[in-house]
Each structure stands twice: as structure tokens, then as C-alpha cells.
Ligand binder design. Structure first.
Ligand code: ATP
Length: 521
């Protein structure tokens, strides 16, 4: 049962009555959190509930307007990040903050370098980082440049960096959003190991199955305040979801991927909406990041691409979208060869694209939500040479309502929205286009359970209206919940393409790790 009185004996963190406003937005209003020493504590809540803000206050990035923060019984309200780090509180952010041109070891020790005289003691740094990596199970090559790491490896480096500085309270903001299933399993092992050594872990996540699997206790936030404290062993995913939104919610994908509508049998005759032939795309250090991929996407079909991130999915989608040049091969949209077309020409020819990285590709953070909602489609909102402000605002009102974007004031800069709400802006805009093919890359990353269902419904509606969807997701459950056909990408190639009915986790797993490689070739 939800209660507001945690049965915590020795609290490592006690946060009481926090208020924090950003201009008119009240991100935290009387928020509280109590975390027992040596526990894994999940912090959950809908997009915009105020979780990241509260954790940034704990880690010294923001000063609260009211309330108190205690760490190990000491009042530390309003402290700085440097003070928080000195006291052993570290945060691993959603967007990494590493220096790409330095090695792993250099990044980990940055700011706390072991020195010999005035010089960095490189050997000692390498040795100490390697020891820490071995002790914690956070596997990574200390001599590699950070620019050459996968996202999963970069995250391990971020965690190592916090631990190297002596973090005993470690805050992880959606750590699994960028990880493949095997990497998630590894992360849990690491977190349990740290807990066994007495560390306290606070985990922000939208995935309730993860909360159930790894946490000891749960704090639920809603609209800036704390609405519940739950002991994990005494609750259920439905119970957590109910506390989050204040009503019962459908939890199809968030839990099992069952109870989702059945896939469609797609006709393979007729003209494809998209045809990709022998496509080769290069990436830094990987001349054949996409290594000769061919497929056809039919109207009224969702083709889901599963696979561990970093196997060429990003390059494939970006090449089709016109953001990466093609080395060889062809991309044909309907009857138009778009292999060398500009992004704008592809949009006009009927392509829509939800990019995987909303900050790099999806949004102009300093522009308003209303403006972001028409980005790339300004010509549809113009009168003569000038933008039609009234129609842009009218459109914003409609999209904010349809996609439940919060806060509802569309004149705020996109930067002011929480991660999940930013994602809804990108989805809304790309769904507004008059498209025949939708490229959807990680469409629900960072989005809460209610909104996941809603975005999935929109994608299925597009499919049912005869549009073709190419979906890429690091979450296998998401691919299985949406796709009519499933392709597995490994080492730049399609290792398998299967009808949904044959694509079970057991069948796909070996293709995802390359174990079936010989067979597939
Ligand atoms: N720097 C900022 N400037 C203005 N508003 C902000 C800022 N940071 C957060 N907010 C607002 O505060 C509210 C809470 O945001 P926060 O990021 O803490 O939510 P969250 O629970 O972490 O959401 P999500 O799950 O989507 O990441 C949101 O309405 C957001 O728009």
C-alpha cells in the first residue's frame, strides 16, 4: 500500500518540503524523499512530475526555493555540486558529460587526478581506474578514447567517474534508456554489488518491471509532489502505476508486451512504400557501419528492427532520412529514388522521421514549443513570405491537447520541458506530416507508461491508415509490441527477418548477439 511514512531506520537521504519553481513552472511543490542507507530506491512518476529536478537539488545543481535536504543526518540544503561530490553524492545524468577526446582513464580521474609533482601520474591513473573497473564489474578498456565508446560503455565510465570520486550515494537518471537487454542485466549486477558494499542508490526509471526487479523501496511523485512511498516486495506494477497517475492504467507494454493488438499479415505483392537495396553507409572508424542491407517496406506494415545498439541501426535510419551520406546502394521512396535527395526533398516526397536523439536532431531547445511543433513544415504555416503566427498557435493548442504535452503553455522554450514531454513534441510534429513512410527511432525513450501506450496507438493508427513504419528500438518488448515483421540487425547487416508470429525472444536472442551468424550468412 502507498503510505507517506517510510519505515526507514538509518536514512542516508532525507528531503523534506522542497519547492522549486522555474519562472511560472512549479517543478517541485513540497516534495519529500527518504532513502535508507544501503538500499536501492526507485523514484518514479509521470513525465514532468519533478523527479530530475528533485535529484538535481540533491546533487547540488539547483538550489531549492524552500525545504531541507539532509545527507547522513547533516543539513546540506543549498549545497554546491562540489560540496555534494566531497560528501559522496554523485549523479549520472541522462545525457552524458564526458570529454570525447580523452581516454576512459583520463575522463574518470578528471578533476581528481593522481599527480606526480605537477604532472598527471598517467600510470597510476590507469591502474587505479582498472582496479575500480574490475572490483565493480563495470567493464571498460581504460585506454580507449571516449569518442569510440558505445553508449553502454560511456555510461559505465560515468558511473566509474562518480565512484572514483568516492560516491556513496549514487543517483542514476534513467540509466537503462540507452542500454540493450544484456547490458541492463549487467547493470543490475553492478548495482547490487555496490549495495552489498553499503552504497545507497537512487534510480529514476519509467520501466516498472525494472523497479520491481531491482529496487527495495519506491517513492512516487506526481505534479511536483510526493504522493506515495511503497515497499517493492509489497506492491505490484499496477499498484505503482496507479499511484503515479492517480487512476488505473493499461500496462500492456510496460510489463509484458502481452495484450497488445495482434500483428497484421502484410501482403508482399504490390508496390513497396520504401525499397532499400544493397545499402552501405560509413561511420567514423567503421567504413561499413551498414554493410549491404536490402529490404522492402510495404504500405500498412510496421517493420521493427531489433538489435543491440551500435550495430548500424542509427546509420541505417539516418541514411534513409538524408542525414548521413550513402557510400553505395539505393533508397527508393514510392517511385522516387531519394538516395541523394536533401532532407527537405525527402519530406516533400512523403518521409517523416522521429530521430533517436531529440536534442541533437529533434528540437531547437531555445525555440518555443509552438515553433518546434512546425519545424521543417514552416511552409505549411506561412502566408506569402511570412509565418502565420495565429495558425502556428492554433496548431500548438491542438497538439498539446492531443499528446498531453505539459506544461500546456506552448510559448515556453522547448528547453523548459521535461525529457518525456520534449519527446511528445517531436512525435506530434512528425505525425502531423503528410507522410507515406515513418522512420521511428526509439520513439518512446524517456516517456512514461501512459504516454507510451498513446504513442504506440498513434503508430498503429498510421499503419492502419496504410502508411509504412520502420521502427528501431533498443527495447525488444517495444519491437514485439508493434511490429508486423521483425528484422534483427547485427554488425551492419540484417541477421534475420521474421514474421512477428515467429519472432519470440528466444528465437531473436542468438541473432542479436551474433551467435547465429554463420547460419544466417
Ligand atoms: N531548467 C528548467 N527551466 C524551466 N522549466 C523546467 C526546467 N527544468 C524542469 N522544468 C520543468 O519542471 C517540471 C519538472 O521537470 P522534471 O525534469 O523534474 O520532470 P521529470 O519528472 O524528471 O520528467 P521526465 O520523466 O519527463 O524526465 C517540468 O514541467 C519541466 O517543464
Amino acid at each position: 500500500m502507498a503510505s507517506n511514512t517510510p519505515a526507514v531506520s538509518a536514512a542516508a537521504v532525507r528531503i523534506t518540503g522542497i519547492d522549486k519553481a522555474f519562472g511560472p513552472v512549479r517543478a517541485n511543490r513540497g516534495a519529500s524523499l527518504e532513502v535508507g542507507a544501503g538500499e536501492i530506491h526507485a523514484l518514479v512518476g509521470e513525465n514532468g512530475a519533478g523527479k530530475s529536478t528533485l535529484m538535481r537539488i540533491l546533487s547540488g545543481m539547483f538550489t531549492p526555493d524552500a525545504g531541507t535536504v539532509e545527507v547522513n543526518g547533516r543539513d546540506v540544503t543549498g549545497w554546491s555540486t562540489a560540496q555534494a561530490i566531497d560528501a559522496g553524492v554523485g549523479m549520472v545524468h541522462q545525457h552524458f558529460m564526458l570529454v570525447p577526446t580523452l581516454t576512459v582513464a583520463e575522463n574518470v580521474v578528471l578533476g581528481t587526478e593522481p599527480k606526480r609533482g605537477l604532472q598527471l601520474d598517467r600510470e597510476r591513473a590507469r591502474r587505479e581506474v582498472r582496479e575500480l573497473s574490475e572490483r565493480t564489474g563495470l567493464r571498460v578498456d581504460v585506454d580507449r578514447l571516449v569518442s569510440a565508446l558505445s553508449v553502454g560503455e560511456a555510461q559505465r565510465v560515468e558511473i566509474l567517474k562518480a565512484l572514483f570520486r568516492g560516491a556513496r550515494v549514487l543517483i542514476l537518471d534513467e540509466p537503462t534508456a540507452v542500454l540493450s537487454p544484456p547490458e541492463v542485466v549487467e547493470l543490475w549486477t553492478v548495482l547490487r554489488g555496490l549495495r552489498a558494499e553499503g552504497a545507497t542508490l537512487i534510480l529514476i526509471t519509467h520501466r516498472l518491471n525494472e523497479v520491481m526487479e531491482v529496487s527495495d523501496a519506491i517513492t512516487v511523485m506526481r505534479a511536483g509532489t510526493t504522493v506515495g512511498w511503497l515497499k517493492t516486495s509489497e506492491t505490484t506494477p499496477e499498484g505503482i502505476a496507479r499511484a503515479m497517475v492517480g487512476r488505473d492504467v493499461a500496462l500492456a507494454l510496460a510489463l509484458t508486451g502481452e495484450s497488445t493488438p495482434p500483428p497484421r499479415n502484410v501482403s508482399t505483392t504490390g508496390a513497396p512504400a520504401l525499397a532499400v537495396r544493397d545499402l552501405v553507409v560509413a561511420a567514423p572508424g567503421r567504413p561499413r557501419a551498414v554493410d549491404g542491407v536490402s529490404f522492402q517496406l510495404m504500405p500498412g506494415e510496421i517493420l521493427g528492427i531489433a538489435g543491440v545498439e551500435g550495430n548500424g541501426q542509427t546509420e541505417l535510419i539516418e541514411a534513409i532520412a538524408g542525414l548521413e551520406p550513402v557510400v553505395s546502394g539505393a533508397i527508393v521512396l514510392g517511385s522516387t529514388d531519394i538516395t541523394r535527395s536533401t532532407v527537405r526533398e525527402r519530406g516533400d516526397a512523403g518521409l517523416s522521421h522521429v530521430p533517436e536523439d531529440r536534442h541533437r536532431r529533434g528540437l531547437l531547445l531555445d525555440y518555443s514549443v509552438a515553433e518546434n511543433l512546425v519545424l521543417g513544415q514552416q511552409h505549411r504555416f506561412s502566408r506569402g513570405m511570412a509565418l502565420d503566427r495565429a495558425r502556428i498557435e492554433q496548431n500548438a493548442v491542438e497538439q498539446v491537447r492531443t499528446y498531453d504535452i505539459r506544461p500546456t503553455d506552448a510559448s515556453l522554450p522547448a528547453r523548459a520541458l521535461s525529457g518525456g514531454n520534449q519527446q511528445k513534441v517531436v512525435i506530434a510534429r512528425e505525425m502531423m506530416r503528410d507522410f507515406t513512410v515513418l522512420l521511428a527511432s526509439q520513439p518512446t525513450r524517456g516517456v512514461d507508461v501512459g504516454a507510451v501506450e498513446q504513442i504506440h496507438d498513434r503508430i498503429r493508427e498510421a499503419r492502419d491508415a496504410g502508411k509504412a513504419v520502420l521502427l528501431v528500438s533498443a527495447e525488444l518488448e517495444e519491437v514485439l509490441a508493434l511490429a508486423d515483421r521483425v528484422a534483427v540487425m547485427f554488425a551492419g547487416r540484417f541477421a534475420a527477418v521474421l514474421p512477428r508470429a515467429e519472432a519470440t525472444e528466444e528465437v531473436l536472442g542468438p541473432y542479436m548477439t551474433g551467435a547465429n551468424r554463420e547460419e544466417a550468412a
